[in-house]
Ligand binder design. Structure first.
Ligand SMILES: [Zn+2]
Length: 128
């Protein structure tokens, strides 16, 4: 269970993401903290260090996501998984208007909440 990501794979992930965070769409040249490579399904949940499980992520999304893969909604204990950039189409779960990301699905809604995608700072950065 290696977390090492080769330079070749790192370059591929960045190019595939068109240099934007695959969760909040923040461009990597806007943020002063470098974007990172995220394990979509974290190693502790059995995710592997392979291209199908890697996403390009801004520091904020990666830090807020941590090893989470979803959230539990009370009172019914309904599990909602997080948006998966390799399986899901961003435009089916989110809509971007004037820097604010709006949810279109429960996956989008819970991902926005958990990753704190609409803080004032993030909205301002996306409007740059
Ligand atoms: Zn992000």
């Amino acid at each position: 269970m290696s977390r090492y990501i080769s330079e070749l794979h790192r370059s591929f992930v960045i190019k595939r993401a068109t240099q934007c965070c695959e969760y909040c769409h923040l461009e990597d040249d806007v943020n002063y903290i470098p974007h990172q490579i995220d394990h979509i399904i974290s190693l502790k949940h059995g995710g592997k260090t392979e291209l199908e499980n890697l996403a390009y992520s801004c520091f904020s999304c990666n830090n807020n996501k941590g090893s989470d893969i979803g959230t539990m909604l009370l009172p019914n204990m309904e599990f909602i998984r997080l948006f998966n950039p390799r399986l899901d189409n961003w435009n089916e779960h989110f809509e971007l208007a004037y820097g604010v990301i709006y949810p279109l699905t429960s996956i989008g809604e819970e991902t926005i909440k958990l990753l704190k995608m609409n803080t004032v700072e993030k909205i301002m950065e996306r409007n740059v």
